[in-house]
Design a protein around this ligand. Structure first.
Ligand code: ADP
Length: 813
């Protein structure tokens, strides 16, 4: 037996023990010294004696504690390695222990014999890369706690290895080497079939028999003995296997002992014998339609297939060769299999490119991999989306079953994923659109502003006047487009105006004609005595466009789209009897098409967000929900109907706007004009805007109205100006989005310096959103793009609302 390589060491407790004893002596000595001193000083013998007694008691306690501690530490720290080797020495096994440095701490005698010396297992050199496999197993065991190797070639034949992490601090590895079991597969098969596994198979309804190369029975399980030989204790050895069966019809084989018995299904497995003789293991099952197997499940819980059959999870069993043994209904559904289809291998279910991956994974499990894993595969039936095929070893699910496969039916999940992806896409597109619209608003503000400034210098008869008007008109149209972009990204600023619906239809009809194409005709009809309504023209355009797009989609072969406006009196509303619609005068706008119409089953859902019947990529389901939102926001109502004669009809009712002063409808009046106002003002304005062109045009517009304007290109400069306080500011006009310090931050600082400072924000984003993000009161908003006049008005109004302070109020004449 080789000497133990375990290094001797002085255990830590020994050292601490010495220190403790030293301390105890110290305590006793100092106790005696103190007692002597007390005796000398006071002459009190009793006191000195008490002192000595107390110190002695202390020392005794310390010694007891020390003794107990040392025993405990010794118990756990001093392993008796000789004892360990005696236990580990065992003919069939070699054991070694290594520490974290891969040094051999201890080894059984047989380890030295097997490997010809005391080399730590991770450094053993073995044929066929065995050394590297051992080193890798060591690493796995450090990581996972355990690792196994099977059939490693060693100096004395094949051996199996099991490495486990052990020790109080998990700082050692125990390596156990055992001779690989001899490959008497036939013998083992006989033992299995005759033993309790054979009984288990019988309970699961399977007959099993081992047959030699000449077709003679070597062994069988009790179920086979009972059914084929006439009794559980009948000896099968030597009987001709084929004689025990009979055929019925062309392809049905049954037991000869059961002339009316069920047909049998045979599973044959060749058993490689040492001598190469071809014995076989036969499993025989009663052939039943698969439905019956599942149906009979409840009264035979021992059959794993019947259990798997009723589970809602997609589960399948495969044998060691990767052949399907069983697929439950959920698995068939998840894999998209028809009732007649019977795939042989799991790889038959997947697309060509994934076949190798699946076959490989199945093979790994058949060879003993034990940690279940997921393989992402694309099914033949649903190649567009990868699914996870889970493969796990099938322990305890019948002797054939080596692999358990699980497939989740994720079609519903995929549908939801697609919906979320679509919504995310819409949001991303909305953000992009919002960003683009914001930049456009800046450019349009500058163009419209310069047009305004030029128009002020030109009289209407002037040759340039009309051209400038054209530029302005087109810029306003562009501004309308950016509004649509902002509406789409739900960042629109609401700008309700008193307007005529017929004007909006006229404005949008060119766009509609282009949208509908040549195969569809657009008919517009306007009723008489239409009342004006109060709404945002851009949003109403959006409503009409969305309805027209749906009508176009409903008329793929062409048709007619009719847009009609008409007045609806309070009496008519009463007669219509719409419960939600308050009685009053309305102006209606109807959009009617001659398309396929809306089925009654979905008409209640069409205004829901994301409700669409259009194919993926064509419809978002947001068109009508946007329409609904806009109409509601404008105080109106919208209804859809699909008349029997075909087509669809949407009717929007907006309440007729009554002027606050007179109560009269502003409807039939001439086009609504902005009232001329006096825009002159005085006061100091600090104008903060990072876009040079917007800043320049706004500055000119304000200076023109009589204000003293100081400008800053960013928040920091503006703050410096405010802090310098050279010329007190009466109004801060600022952009919202600016690099580094944004408008709201600047406004916060400004209010700390000047608590009453009026603030006007200019922004291309929605007022409601900005209000939410700005925690200041008395701030005002001017949406971009704005005209010179609008800016002047806004400045005047904000200053007029500001508290009068130190004589610096706005001039409001
Ligand atoms: P999308 O157009 O993206 O599908 P919408 O919210 O605009 O979303 O429309 C929802 C659904 O309403 C449409 O998918 C369609 O089934 C139905 N629909 C809307 N307008 C019409 C119409 N004019 N004719 C027939 N069906 C319509």
């Amino acid at each position: 037996m080789p000497a133990s390589p375990f290094p001797s060491f002085v255990p830590e407790p020994t050292r601490s023990r010495r220190v403790l004893r030293f301390a105890v002596f110290g305590v006793v000595a100092s106790g005696l010294a103190s007692a002597a001193f007390i005796l000398w000083l006071f002459g009190e013998q009793m006191v000195a004696a008490g002192f000595v007694a107390a110190f002695l008691a202390l020392a005794v306690v310390a010694l007891v504690v020390e003794h107990l501690q040392v025993r405990r530490v010794r118990d756990v720290s001093d392993p008796d390695w000789a004892l360990f080797r005696a236990i580990a020495d065992n003919e069939g096994e070699a054991v070694a222990i290594t520490n974290q440095q891969d040094a051999l701490v201890c080894a059984s005698g047989s380890f030295g014999h097997w490997f010809g010396g005391l080399v730590p297992p991770p450094r053993l050199s073995l044929p066929d890369g065995g050394g590297a496999a051992l080193a890798a197993a060591g690493l796995s065991a450090w990581r996972d706690g355990e690792a196994r190797l099977i059939g490693l070639a060693g100096p004395n034949g094949l051996f199996d290895v099991r490495v486990t992490r052990a020790g109080r601090r998990d700082d050692h590895l125990i390596w156990r080497f055992a001779h690989a079991r001899s490959l008497d597969v036939v013998g083992e098969a006989r033992a299995i079939v005759q033993g309790r596994y054979g009984v288990g198979l019988g309970e699961g309804g399977a007959m099993a028999a081992v047959v030699d190369a000449d077709g003679r029975l070597l062994a069988c399980n009790t179920l086979f003995a009972t059914r084929a030989l006439g009794g559980p204790s009948m000896r099968p050895e030597g009987l001709e296997f084929s004689q025990l069966f009979a055929t019925r019809g062309e392809d049905q084989v049954h037991l000869a002992a059961e002339p009316a018995g069920p047909p049998l299904r045979f599973i044959r497995m060749s058993l490689p014998g040492d001598d190469g003789a071809g014995a076989s293991l036969f499993l025989m099952l009663d052939e039943k339609p698969p439905v019956q197997v599942v149906a009979s499940s409840s009264n035979n819980s021992a059959n794993p297939e019947s259990l798997l059959g009723i589970l809602p999870l997609g589960l399948a069993l495969a044998d060691r060769d990767g052949r399907f043994l069983f697929l439950n209904a959920a698995f068939r559904k998840a894999a998209g299999l028809g009732p007649e289809e019977a795939p042989v291998y799991p790889s038959d279910l997947v697309v060509k490119d994934d076949k190798a991956v699946v076959a490989d994974a199945v093979r790994r499990f058949a060879m003993g991999q034990s940690v279940p894993g997921d393989v992402a595969v694309r099914l033949k039936r649903r190649a567009e989306e990868p699914v996870a095929l889970t493969i796990a070893p099938a322990r305890g699910l019948g002797d054939d079953a080596a692999i358990l496969l699980s497939l989740k039916d994720n079609s519903e999940e995929s549908r939801l994923k697609r919906q979320v992806a679509q919504a995310t896409k819409m949001q991303a597109v909305g953000q992009l659109a919002g960003g683009v619209a914001h930049d456009f608003n800046n450019i349009l503000t500058a163009i419209i502003g310069y047009c305004d400034l030029m128009l002020m210098r030109h009289a209407p008869g002037d040759s340039d006047y009309d051209d400038i008007q054209q530029i302005k008109h087109n810029s306003n149209r562009a501004a309308g487009l950016t509004r649509q972009l902002l509406a789409f990204s739900r960042q629109q600023t609401l700008r309700p105006q008193v307007l005529q619906l017929s004007d909006v239809v006229a404005e949008v009809s060119n766009l509609l004609k282009r949208l509908l194409g040549e195969r569809m005709t657009l008919v517009t009809k306007h009723g008489r005595n239409l009342g004006a309504v109060r709404a945002d023209p851009g949003q109403i355009e959006q409503v009409i466009v969305n309805l027209a797009v749906n009508a176009r989609d409903a008329m793929p072969d062409g048709g007619a789209l009719t847009i009609q406006t008409y007045a609806v009196s309070a009496d008519e509303v009463r007669r219509m009897g719409h419960e939600m619609m308050p009685i009053g005068d309305y102006t209606a706008l109807s959009v009617t098409d001659t398309g396929h119409g809306i089925p009654a089953s979905i008409i209640g859902n069409i205004f829901e967000p994301f409700f669409t019947t259009k194919e993926v990529g064509k419809g978002t389901g947001l068109g009508l929900s946007t329409v609904y939102g806009i109409v509601k926001q404008s105080g109106g109502f919208i209804f859809a109907e699909s008349p029997e004669e075909g087509g669809a009809r949407f009717v929007m009712y907006l309440p007729v706007h009554r002027s606050a002063k007179t109560g009269e409808s502003e409807g039939d009046a001439a086009p609504v004009r902005e009232r001329p106002t006096e825009l002159w003002g005085t006061g100091n304005i600090l104008l903060v805007e990072d876009e040079d062109m917007v800043r320049a045009v706004a500055e000119r517009a304000l200076v023109r109205q009589g204000y003293r304007v100081r400008t800053a290109a960013n928040g920091e400069d503006a703050l410096e100006m405010l802090e310098a306080n050279a010329d007190p500011i009466d109004l801060l006009i600022s952009d919202v989005m600016m690099p580094s310090m944004d408008g709201p931050t600047l406004a916060g600082h400004a209010r700390r310096l000047m608590p009453d400072l009026p603030i006007l924000f200019m922004s291309g984003y929605a007022e409601e959103q900005l209000r939410k993000s700005i925690d200041l009161d008395r701030v005002h908003f001017l949406p971009k793009p704005f005209s010179v006049q609008q800016l002047a008005e806004a400045a005047r109004d904000v200053l007029a609302m500001a508290p009068v302070k130190g004589g610096l109020a706005a001039n409001q004449n």
